[in-house]
Design a protein around this ligand. Sequence first.
Ligand code: GN1
Ligand code: MG
Length: 370
Amino acid sequence: MKEEIKSIIVNFPFEGEFIDYYPVNNGHINDTFVIEFENKFGEINSFLLQKINVSVFKNPDELMKNILGVTDFLKKKIIKSGGDPDRECLTVIKTKDGQPFFYDERFGHWRCYNYISDSYSIDFISSPEVFMNAAKAFGKFQKMLSDYPIDTLYDTIPNFHNTSSRYADFINAVEQNLSGRLDTCLPEVEFAKARKADADVLVNLLNKGKLPLRVTHNDTKLNNVMFDKASGESICIVDLDTVMPGLSLYDFGDSIRFGANTAAEDERDLSKVSLDLELFELYVRGYLSQAGDSLTEREINYLPFSAKLMTYECGMRFLTDYINGDKYFRVHFPDHNLVRCRTQFALVADIEQKLEKMKRIIENAKSKKK
Ligand code: GN1
Ligand code: MG
């Protein structure tokens, strides 16, 4: 691998001597590495090198145009407000030829970002404040992009959070049973089918003009926030591949799905899976403190439902991929997608029990704002 990495990085304008690389293993789609160079003063400079998964992101030119547009826009705002654009926003490092990624038939598509020094990301909530900080970061991200020219964005993955179309993909997978695994996941298939009506709710509201289309992140997992090592404050939102026109509810709901679950996304012991209502409340407060003024009453009212819907959608995507034979998400063991699906569906069932309480939390947050 080191030889492959070396052949790729010579195409980027790095200074110093290439010292080492190591993989970053928390994504299910792209391959990510930290690469290190030593300069003549003996200092180590790090960068992020990423292989773009072009079977998922089929048009890397459009993908990178979105990212360059969004990062340029964010950097201007960060500078205006006195922030540090290199630390609070990703920076694409272009190739020696000025291209946003390097392509070679043998190696595929590779891009490079600055590495945000003295920062870390997490897969689990270490303290409630951390989740509050993540909520503020995603709320602020939403607000900063509220006047981004939405028509200039490409759909990097069409119908990404169109849950009606995700449902159709799922039914299609069941009918084709490409992997022959259908008989190993019948209860999960029934669980998904029983909630078909939910799949259409937000899509219908959007189509009727009752929910506004916004520029959204669409992959608001906790590990897509970088935190400052010294202060623990959130600094920067990363993984901008799916920044596209979408609903604010997608971003809110997906954050809850991942961060307010008391268990990991692929926990096998389903008794550990539940929605932590305190974390939900903290996220609501943090998110609304930043994005609240720009959200409509209806968006706010649908926040609890969005947590259920995004968890259902994600579970259904894992199940679809399991039935299709693990073509989309990276898996680390044979039934990984089924395990992930079961965890998501256990969380959906728990959210269903807690929806009334979640609605009360929203009412409470709204009355405090008034
Ligand atoms: C994928 O690769 P990662 O972890 O950033 C997926 C998300 C899912 C998530 C589930 C482009 O994100 O939509 O919610 O896995 N990204 C894509 O963990 O499909
Ligand atoms: Mg992602």
